[in-house]
Design a protein around this ligand. Structure first.
Ligand code: PLP
Length: 391
């Protein structure tokens, strides 16, 4: 028996590991890099940066764009442009990746975390309003609101924009996971006062590392570029009146980005196909649910995520499924652990009723790369069918 188990195990280990989300080149990227090399634009300036920015601007309704080193640096710059400083309050969706939040701490400002609503898993407008009123009452009107479009799903932005207008508090829309997602015909990243994108290695397109900040205000985007290049004044010598950062994207990374944007629509379609694959396999099981699109919402389906309601099963939960997949050399991951549950942010205020905690505990991210092969999907299907007794 031991030998049989060992044999089976070795065979599984021989199956190539299936990862959650990996870079997926379309082919044109390497030509763009070659072009950058040929012209010796191997620097944080160059024609590919301009090109990349103008392509991103086309997607985002001709808004202005500055390409930066990461999504996190884009949030840092956005907070700077909004004048956030020490002891200011910034309201932020709790259910997110830490990159949305750390820049608040870089500025010694204070994050206040807001719970999620059940439909999109993004910031709850009611909890947000409660928080705004609470802090206005104590004389500490929040300086900014950071909302996120989790796993590609747009947040309930029209409600949030109303609150932003009513209380005159600007919005930073963290669209790091939602490039190409939209509501009706408006693309994510273009709703807020600032939009933020990420091109990290696991995102829907990658520049190997990169980000961008978007705004309709050209002057502010010029200022973003200025701050991102050490705030060098326009002088013959090096003159500095403000503190800047070294945050501009490399021309080589931008060259990759120019190539990647050519396949964005295709990759979105493939990611949405992945979602449909999992949905048709699992959605009829009592106790399994998906992050479904509200009417007129369109998600790029960056990652397909499921919720498993433990009470509907015997000995099944998201963690047991994760281990089963892992045993078959298939990577899956828990959802983002909400920020108000993180040791780093345990002393921060949280407004809500623990919706994000519950989603977090039930959830699992499934392999979602646009480069998942048919064979890999078959392997995943076999494991899931076996686990849920579908055959
Ligand atoms: C990836 C991500 C970021 C950070 O982007 P980087 O480019 O990795 O710095 C911020 N917010 C969310 C929601 C993300 O998923």
């Amino acid at each position: 028996l031991y030998l049989v188990i060992q044999q089976k195990f070795t065979q599984r280990m021989h199956d190539k590991r299936i990862l959650l989300s990996t870079p997926h080149m379309g082919g044109e990227e390497i030509n763009q890099i070659k072009n950058a090399f040929d012209s010796n634009w191997i620097a944080p300036v160059g024609p590919h940066i301009k090109n990349f920015e103008s392509e991103l601007s086309k997607i985002h309704h001709k808004k202005h764009v500055a390409a930066l080193q990461s999504g996190t640096s884009a949030i840092h710059i956005a907070l700077n442009l909004l004048g956030v400083s020490e002891s200011d309050i910034v309201l932020c969706q709790s259910f997110t990746f830490v990159g949305s939040v750390n820049p608040i701490k870089y500025l010694n400002a204070t994050p206040v975390f807001i719970d999620t609503e059940i439909q999109t898993w993004n910031i709850c407008p009611e909890a947000l309003e409660t928080a705004i009123k609470k802090y206005i009452k104590t004389g500490k009107k929040p300086k900014a609101i950071i909302v996120v479009n989790l796993y590609g799903m747009p947040c309930k932005i029209s409600d949030i924009l109303q609150l932003s207008k009513k209380f005159n508090i600007p919005i930073i829309e963290d669209a790091a996971e939602s490039l190409g997602s939209k509501i009706e015909n408006t693309f994510c990243g273009s709703f807020g006062d600032f939009g933020v994108l990420s091109f990290n290695g696991n995102k829907i397109i990658t520049t190997s590392g990169g980000g961008a900040i978007i705004s309709s205000n050209q002057r502010l985007i010029e200022k973003a570029k200025f701050l991102a290049t050490q705030a060098k004044e326009n002088c013959d010598h090096y003159e500095h009146r403000e503190m800047g950062f070294n945050y501009r994207i490399s021309n080589i990374s931008a060259a990759i980005g120019v190539g990647q944007l050519k396949v964005l629509d295709k990759w979105i379609k493939l990611r949405r196909d992945n979602y449909n694959f999992y949905f048709s396999l699992l959605s009829s099981i009592d106790g399994i649910s998906f992050q479904e699109e509200p009417n007129s919402f369109f998600s790029n389906r960056w990652l397909t995520t499921i919720l498993i309601d433990e009470s509907k099963f015997k000995n099944i939960n998201s963690n047991i499924l994760r281990k089963k997949l892992e045993f078959n050399n298939i990577e899956s991951r828990p959802l983002w652990k909400p920020m108000h549950l993180q040791p780093l942010y345990k002393d921060c205020d949280f407004i809500g009723s623990n919706v994000s905690d519950k989603i977090y505990k039930k959830g699992l991210c499934l392999p979602s790369g646009s480069n998942l092969s048919k064979k890999e999907k078959e392997r995943i299907e076999n494991v899931l069918s076996d686990f849920f007794n579908l055959k």
